[in-house]
Write a protein that binds this ligand. Structure first.
Ligand code: ADP
Ligand code: MG
Length: 260
């Protein structure tokens, strides 16, 4: 697994800026997604990570620069859990099936559709939850359901927004394994994260974002005090443990403890 993206190019942003009204949130972004990509976009809250994903999806239009996509590209998105309306009255199986119907509710799914849904739910280890209401799932189960929904469309590119925020350590671990497996299967993966040690340090390729790209490379290349300061605006210490980078972020560790 290289993750640096040397296969055929699927998506390319060139010189892209983006704004909400007059508030520019991304500037001069050059970014490519290749077939064998496995990239983490790292940056603090408000640095433009979600906006970058929305540009790749075509939901937000660049104010300058261009987005090029391979013909007929299949791209799926796993949104950040916090943005979901959990009171929508559907079961897990129905919610996953709606991805195939592209938002339209079809009362009678075909046999083939039901089998496809059962297949992805089993693959994600939540086959037994198919008939449960989505609001009665744990955080990790909710996350898997959105994975299932994204995978049902058999994407070439999978975008995930903060896939490990709000999930426990064992779910995070499972998720890293699952992502590595999907990458082995040939799906290009781009995710956002502000979790440096739990997620970013385990990925083959990182892009550090602070409204612009301030660093790019392997964790060893970019998890350094200088690049981290340019990204997060704070000095952090970096240790090396068993060949892995470990970032000591006292402010964040203290605040995440107090936040529970
Ligand atoms: P991140 O995902 O890194 O936290 P975002 O891309 O969500 O960053 O946001 C970047 C900036 O754009 C933030 O200042 C945020 O407040 C602003 N922003 C995001 N979405 C909107 C929106 N729909 N309308 C106005 N401002 C927005
Ligand atoms: Mg975000």
């Amino acid at each position: 697994m290289t993750g640096t993206g040397v296969g055929p190019e699927l998506l390319r942003l060139s010189g892209v800026s983006a704004a909400y009204g007059h508030h520019e949130v991304l500037t001069g972004i050059d970014f490519h997604i290749h077939e064998d990509q496995f990239t983490g976009i790292v940056g603090p809250s408000g640095s433009g990570k979600t906006t970058l994903l929305r540009i790749l999806l075509g939901i937000v239009r660049p104010t300058t620069g261009t987005l090029e996509r391979a013909d007929g590209l299949r791209i799926s998105y796993v949104p950040q859990l916090e943005t979901i309306n959990w009171n929508f009255p559907v079961t897990v199986a129905e919610c996953v099936l709606m991805s195939r119907a592209q938002g339209r509710w079809t009362p009678r799914p075909t046999r083939e559709e039901r089998d496809a849904v059962a297949g992805v739910l089993d693959r994600l280890g939540i086959g037994s939850l198919a008939q449960r209401h989505i609001r009665d799932l744990s955080g990790g189960q909710q996350q898997r359901m959105f994975f299932a929904r994204a995978l049902l469309r058999q994407p070439q590119v999978l975008l995930l927004d903060e896939p490990t925020s709000g999930v426990d350590v064992s779910t995070r671990h499972d998720m890293l394994h699952l992502l590595a497996e999907l990458h082995e299967d040939g799906i290009a993966i781009v995710l956002t994260t502000h979790d440096l040690n739990g997620m970013a340090a385990h990925l083959p390729h990182l892009v550090c974002l602070n409204h612009r790209v301030v660093g790019e490379g392997t964790p060893a290349d970019v998890l350094t005090p200088d690049v981290l300061e340019a990204t997060f605006g704070a000095r952090m210490e970096v240790l090396e443990h068993l060949g892995m980078r470990v970032v000591i972020d006292e402010a964040r560790d203290a605040s995440s403890r107090s936040a529970g």
